[in-house]
Design a protein around this ligand. Structure first.
Ligand SMILES: CC(=O)SCCNC(=O)CCNC(=O)[C@H](O)C(C)(C)COP(=O)(O)OP(=O)(O)OC[C@H]1O[C@@H](n2cnc3c(N)ncnc32)[C@H](O)[C@@H]1OP(=O)(O)O
Ligand SMILES: O=C(O)CCC(=O)C(=O)O
Ligand SMILES: [Zn+2]
Length: 438
């Protein structure tokens, strides 16, 4: 459907989010909903998306766009993945971006030695702690994991750059194992610990509980990484922040392994409702559409129709009841203000679910003078035609203009023998059936 089929309505609303009664509970002193940071992993997790191939130039373009948007960190593919990955990592480090540059490695000295030479601001270290990964991925026990974590962390710290330790598959790991390893790495001064829902199995309640528990055993910041296999990635990120996590991993459009992780745009939609001032002051929300288009083009996908914020109908209102209320006050059916994202709202009135209020607003836009009764009559014609086929804005405008013209043009008297067959208008009704009163 083209934009032309919609009527654009309204100016910026006065902060519907601020009136949201479901905002964070101010009594929750651990919450970081008003004080979170973003680690964008489009150039790491996102490169693991099935369709992704980023040339050096494309990586640089994406990194610059993310930096301009205001993400706090940009995470890059491991420099040991390939020779070009290492060179790209070095090239991005040299750009002098405001965002800190991280690279993501296995918990192994071989990887760490290469990582610290790239010029990154920090290293994200990960190792699987669940039974599945310990048995079938790397084959190491918790004791070995703890020892190699300590070695890698101390080494990276000695280079004067940030270090984060994360357990892969945290939600299928033994809680005691997890807390022990996190306590160990916290003690030796890791900058952050990470929780990863690697298979997307966690729900928001489990996330909240794990973050709160972890918060009671470590003093460093907590980062969270959520896969979206069961559709909880945004909700889990939000509850992680409520529970006291400080950093969330995102990628543009959520691209990553399988169906990906918490999407940057979707998380912004959630967070602007919860913390409007913080989000608006920190991130250039009007850039979201451009960044999504950039990445969508790069990995050859379309933006999903139901994407938060940028889905083609994210701010399009259709049913008559909705349209009437939106025209009166957009907050009736919008929790997000499209203008915050440099976008517009539309009323889709060319269909049989429309109502006379929506049609009246189109009549006003066309600068025509018709009574409410006349507009209701036009609405009935639109619905009648809308029962037969999909409509577009030109259909509706023709019905309106035709009706108006009939009102304002004097009827020609048929000469004898002519006019037995009255002309039908676009809706198939005799033109003379129109109400002529004002
Ligand atoms: C959940 C995640 O997304 S984690 C991040 C995933 N990212 C990547 O995999 C980056 C891209 N990967 C690569 O380029 C390659 O897999 C490399 C270069 C890292 C390794 O390649 P290869 O040496 O050929 O090994 P391969 O990929 O087949 O297997 C992974 C190896 O890493 C080991 N390993 C896996 N995870 C870890 C870990 N967290 N810490 C230490 N070692 C690990 C495995 O035991 C296996 O070692 P093996 O050679 O003894 O079998
Ligand atoms: O490093 C991390 O925290 C997460 C790694 C990852 O991509 C995952 O576990 O899904
Ligand atoms: Zn992941």
């Amino acid at each position: 459907m083209s934009e032309k089929e919609f009527q654009q309505v309204g100016e910026s609303t006065t902060g519907p989010a601020q009136q949201n009664p479901y905002g964070p509970n101010p009594a929750d002193f651990l919450s970081n909903v008003n004080n979170f940071q973003l680690i964008d992993s489009t150039l790491r997790e996102g490169e693991q998306f099935a369709n992704a191939f980023f040339s050096t130039e494309k990586k640089i373009e994406i990194a610059k766009a993310l930096d301009d948007f205001g993400v706090d960190y940009i995470e890059l593919t491991s420099p040991v993945a390939s020779e070009q990955s290492r060179k790209d990592c070095e090239a991005i480090c040299k750009l002098g971006l405001k965002a800190k540059i991280l690279t993501h490695i296995r918990c192994h000295m071989d990887d760490a030695r290469v990582a610290v030479e790239t010029g990154v601001d920090g290293v994200d270290v990960v190792i699987g702690t669940s039974k599945f990964l310990r048995q079938y991925s790397h084959g190491k026990d918790m004791n070995y994991i703890a020892n190699s974590a300590v070695e890698v962390i101390n080494f990276v710290k000695s280079k004067g750059i940030e270090i984060r330790f994360s357990s892969e598959d945290s939600f299928r790991s033994d809680l005691v194992d997890l807390l022990n390893i996190y306590k160990t790495v916290n003690k030796i001064g890791v900058n952050r610990v990470g929780i990863a829902d690697t298979v997307g199995c966690a729900n928001p309640r489990q996330v909240y509980e794990l973050v709160r528990t972890l918060k009671s055993v470590v003093s460093c910041d907590i980062e969270c990484h959520f896969h979206n296999d069961t559709g909880c990635a945004i909700a889990n990120a939000y509850t992680a922040l409520e529970g006291g996590a400080r950093l969330i991993d995102v990628s543009v459009l959520g691209i990553g392994e399988r169906n990906g992780i918490t999407p940057l745009g979707g998380l912004m939609a959630r967070m602007i409702v919860a913390a409007p001032e913080y989000v608006k002051s920190k991130y250039k929300l009007k850039k979201i559409r451009d960044i999504e288009n950039l990445v969508a083009d790069a990995v050859e996908v379309n933006i999903p129709f139901n994407n938060p914020i940028t889905g083609f109908c994210a701010f399009t209102h259709k049913a008559g009841i909705h349209a009437k209320a939106i025209l009166a006050n957009p907050s009736t059916y919008e929790i997000l203000d499209p203008h915050d994202f440099g976008l517009k709202r539309y009323i889709h009135f060319a269909n049989r679910l429309t109502g006379w209020n929506a049609i009246k607003s189109r009549v006003d836009q066309l600068n025509l003078n018709l009574t409410d009764a006349q507009i209701k009559e036009i609405t009935a014609k639109i619905k009648k035609l809308g029962d037969v086929r999909p409509l577009n804005i030109d259909d509706v405008d023709s019905i309106i203009k035709d009706f108006h013209m009939e009102l304002t043009t004097p009827m020609l008297k048929p000469t004898e023998g002519e006019g037995e067959e009255e002309p039908l208008d676009i809706t198939g009704e005799p033109a003379s059936k129109k109400v002529k009163t004002k």
